[in-house]
Design a protein. Structure first.
Length: 383
């Protein structure tokens, strides 16, 4: 998932890191000697043996970074001047590339201009919408430039933190279907809408499977009465995941099908109704009219717009149009497993102002993931 974007983000984070390291070096070169001493009354000792395991850095807030490992805090104080130990230029340099204390740094726009521009280009090239890209860049600028900032471990970690916050800002809060169901009157009625082939029917089967596994009862309304074979497809899925499906004949009024599904749920104490719809009609106006009627007849609690993550910016534009015409509460992004860019997943919530509810991540019924921004960002940034 989002492989190309992940790699590019890794590369640009490194660039930010090395730019910031240069600033740190420059500050150190310019720093008067007595100021340096005043940082931590040093009683200078240097490691005496070649055994790496014996090396114990000096103060509580020193972190040793191995390029191949994640940072690990090291305690056991000794009295080495931390400032003077960074970067380590002894034989340890091979193993411990960077050794820094927690320190403060003041960056100017110029110091990070190049990687910032590169980041902007990477986001746009990976289909992150323009507005979301600008919001991310602005957040990076705000979090890095113009004020003294604390760097706790390495410059790269410092940048990762800023990037994480910037991405979390645009991803919004996400949407927990379980929490929604738990706090609403049953049955909760969820309508799935969106273009043909986007993955509505498959997603309904996956959501039914997900809800069943989480202890909720489900009925499906086979509301795509327009396409020949849609009923059969839905029936097969429903049988496989073990969920009741309500259907009428091909060409029937979808509002009537979904009305029956809701009545069935009420009569059988079922928690959730999942309503399928046609992605296409004779023309767009008719499709909109049909959706309007469904809305009037069953008053869905959640209108879920389904589109493919792989469609990138097109998915974002379609979702926005759909939200403006029919109204949308949440978005389901399918085929994220085939999406190397991740642009739609990153920008759709920011652009349309509605959260992503699920990511479809494959062809199996279990290939559906609740969209949790923190997890998505950690995955993107390789944590
Ligand atoms: N790889 C992958 N394929 C998916 C995913 N979701 C749906 N599909 C496929 O997309 C195609 C269209 O799905 P369908 O549910 O019929 O779309 P609908 O027309 O919107 O109902 C089918 O071949 C699905 O197997 C997904 O998350 N990953
Ligand atoms: Mg379908």
């Amino acid at each position: 998932m989002f492989k190309s974007l992940k790699e590019k983000l890794k590369g640009v984070t490194r660039k930010f890191g090395s730019n910031i390291d240069e600033v740190i070096e420059r500050e150190d070169v310019n720093k008067p000697a007595d100021e340096e001493k005043s940082v931590s009354q040093p009683e200078k000792t240097t490691p005496t043996s070649g055994d790496k395991n014996e090396f114990k850095p000096d103060s509580q807030n020193i972190t040793v970074l191995d390029n191949d490992r994640s940072p690990s805090p090291v305690s056991e104080p000794k009295n080495i001047s931390a400032e003077k130990q960074r970067p380590v230029k002894t034989g340890f340099a091979q193993k411990f590339k960077v050794l820094i204390t927690e320190r403060e740094i003041l960056l100017s726009e110029k110091d990070i201009q190049e990687p910032l521009e590169e980041l902007e280009l990477i986001l746009l090239e990976n289909d992150v919408a323009y507005d979301a890209t600008e919001a991310i860049i602005e957040s990076m600028r705000r979090n890095l430039v113009g004020q003294k900032r604390k760097i706790k471990t390495s410059a790269e970690d410092f940048v990762l933190e800023a990037l994480k916050n910037a991405l979390l800002d645009v991803l919004g809060e996400g949407f927990s279907l379980k929490d929604y169901i738990d706090s609403h009157e049953k049955p909760v009625k969820i309508l799935f809408t969106g273009v043909n082939g986007a993955g509505k029917t498959t997603s309904i089967a996956k959501v039914a499977y997900y809800l069943k596994n989480n202890g909720y009862s489900v009925v499906i309304g086979s509301g795509d009465t327009f396409r020949a074979g849609a009923n059969e497809q839905m029936k097969t899925h429903a049988e496989r995941v073990g969920v009741k499906v309500i259907n009428h004949q091909e060409g029937a009024d979808p509002s009537a099908v979904l009305f029956d599904a809701v009545s069935y749920a009420k009569a059988h104490d079922i928690d959730v109704v999942l309503g399928d719809t046609a992605g296409r009609f004779h023309n767009k106006t008719n499709l909109m009219k049909q959706l309007d009627k469904i809305k009037r007849v069953i008053s869905p609690d959640i209108i879920s717009y389904v589109d493919e993550a792989v469609a990138g910016n097109d998915a974002v534009i379609r979702a926005e149009e759909f939200n403006n015409s029919v109204g949308t509460d949440v978005v389901v992004l399918t085929k994220a497993d085939m999406d190397v860019k991740g642009g739609a997943a990153i920008s759709i919530a920011h652009t349309i102002g509605k959260p992503v509810m699920f990511l479809g991540t494959g062809q199996s019924y279990s290939d559906i993931t609740p969209f949790e921004p923190e997890k998505v960002v950690n995955d993107l940034l390789g944590e």
